[in-house]
Design a protein around this ligand. Structure first.
Ligand code: PMP
Length: 444
């Protein structure tokens, strides 16, 4: 397996230069919040798969739901005028779950990138139906991550996911993120920074012309860009600016929906009602590739009331509304509620955040600690605290490798160590992660 791993499997996001020491870990088993590798080493998965395994790896109700759905109906399409019973049941569940966010209708996809693409495309179509065909541009945040399809990559705010694939969609413009540690305004006060970023958004809208912009897309807490929680005033400010200018607001909740932030959704954390919420990942907890775009009643109505034929939807996927995925998602939603993972995410997240701040007090390499909203945290490593020069790859790799040997799988993204463990972890698991990281920093 080890030889074939290097010979035939391409690890597309691990360029050879990135794998400084150990070859990729080969995971062969998992249970609870732990994964086991080919050498029998078992660690707490502080990455939670890839921000998606919220309920851990041993969720029996989900396994049972998948097994019985495979027997009852393994597949049927929801296009060409057909539907399937499981997907209707799930749409009703999601409608209840997202009711406080003002989102009523579900458009099903096969994952996060598909969900983003769906929202971006439907946003343009919405404006066309309403006779505003000139609204085709998209605005988003620098450091935002929105998947790897061409639309998502175009609104992506990180060069390393864009430049190799250019030219991307024209008309995509990026606003500074409210990233307190580094920003073009040199502003360290989060409330004032939020105001400056909102002003930048207003300026960009004025510069582009409000009537040319279809949608603004943002993650309620930026994830892959390094866990950047905005000040509480920021997303409501974005919502108000979008409303004022007729721009649709797309919340990319691929990471934040279903409890990760300590609230049921990221939009609810900030008290925002978006027009679209893109979901995937934890909707099936890693048991099935699946996603859903939740759509507000007002937007859905524009499609449904249209008599011109412009609302015919030429968008969707073979596996949209897959009944096995739907069965998995129904069971995951039920477990998410039954276990009240949101409260556990908030409580364990606070312990983790405090522990990370204590590590920062002892290890100079930790320039910034971000989190404070559930189980989404990051440590930004620096070569020098005064200049904030980012730590090099050898440093982050060393911390990751040592932490792994000491009992926790963590994720590296640029100079950041990112933590997004399952929401069902215990205080003891939190301590395991902190102790392993401490060993990682001590090894530098
Ligand atoms: N949006 C966000 C916010 C994400 O974090 C991700 C995945 N990390 C995506 C979209 C893309 O999701 P997927 O990898 O399932 O296509």
């Amino acid at each position: 397996l080890k030889a074939n791993n290097a010979r035939s499997l391409w690890h597309p996001m691990t360029a050879p230069a990135d794998s400084l020491s150990t070859p990729p870990t080969i995971v062969t088993g998992a249970s609870g919040v732990r994964i086991r590798d080919i050498d029998g080493h078992e660690v707490v998965d502080a990455v939670g798969g890839l921000w998606n395994v919220n309920l851990g790896y041993s969720c029996q109700p989900v396994k049972d739901a998948i097994a019985s759905q495979l027997e009852a109906l393994p597949y049927y399409s929801i296009f060409r005028g057909t539907s399937n019973d499981k997907v209707i049941e799930l749409a009703e569940d999601l409608r209840d779950f997202f009711a406080p966010d003002g989102l009523e209708r579900a458009f099903f996809t096969s994952g996060g990138s598909d969900s983003v693409e769906t929202a971006l495309r439907l946003a343009r179509q919405y404006h066309k139906i309403r006779g505003e065909a000139g609204r085709v541009k998209y605005l988003s945040l620098k450091k935002g991550y929105h998947g790897t399809h061409t639309g998502g990559a175009s609104v992506n705010g990180n060069a390393n996911f864009r430049t190799a694939y250019e030219p991307l969609l024209p008309g995509c413009h990026h606003i500074p993120a409210p990233y307190t540690y580094r920003n073009p305004f040199n502003e360290t006060d989060p409330a004032r920074l939020a105001q400056l970023c909102l002003q930048a958004l207003e300026d960009e809208i004025a510069f582009q012309g409000a009537g040319t912009i279809a949608a603004f897309i943002m993650e309620p807490i930026l994830g892959a860009g390094g866990v950047i929680p905005p000040h509480p005033s920021f997303m409501p400010g974005v919502e108000a600016i979008c409303r004022k200018n007729g721009i649709l607001l797309i919340a990319d909740e691929v990471i934040t929906a279903f409890g990760r932030t300590g609230a049921w959704t990221g939009s609810r954390l900030w008290g925002v009602k978006p027009d679209f919420a893109c979901t995937a990942k934890a909707i099936t907890n890693g048991y099935f590739p699946f996603g859903a775009v939740m759509i507000s009643g007002a937007v859905a109505e524009v499609f449904e009331r249209d008599a011109t034929g412009k609302a015919a939807i030429g968008h969707g996927y073979t596996y949209s509304g897959h009944p096995v995925g739907a069965a998995a998602a129904i069971a995951c939603l039920a477990e998410t509620r039954r276990l009240n993972v949101t409260d556990n995410a908030a409580a364990r997240g606070a312990e983790l955040f405090d522990g990370l701040k204590a590590l920062q007090a002892r290890h100079a390499v930790i320039g910034d600690v971000r989190g404070g909203h559930g189980l989404m945290c990051a440590l930004e490593l620096v070569a020098d605290r005064a200049t904030k020069a980012p730590a090099d790859k050898a440093t982050t790799a060393r911390v990751q490798e040592t932490a792994y040997r000491a009992g926790a799988m963590v994720r590296v993204s640029g100079p950041n160590i990112i933590l997004s463990p399952p929401l069902v972890l215990t205080s003891a698991d939190v301590q395991t992660i902190l102790t392993a990281l401490d060993a990682g920093f001590a090894a530098l």
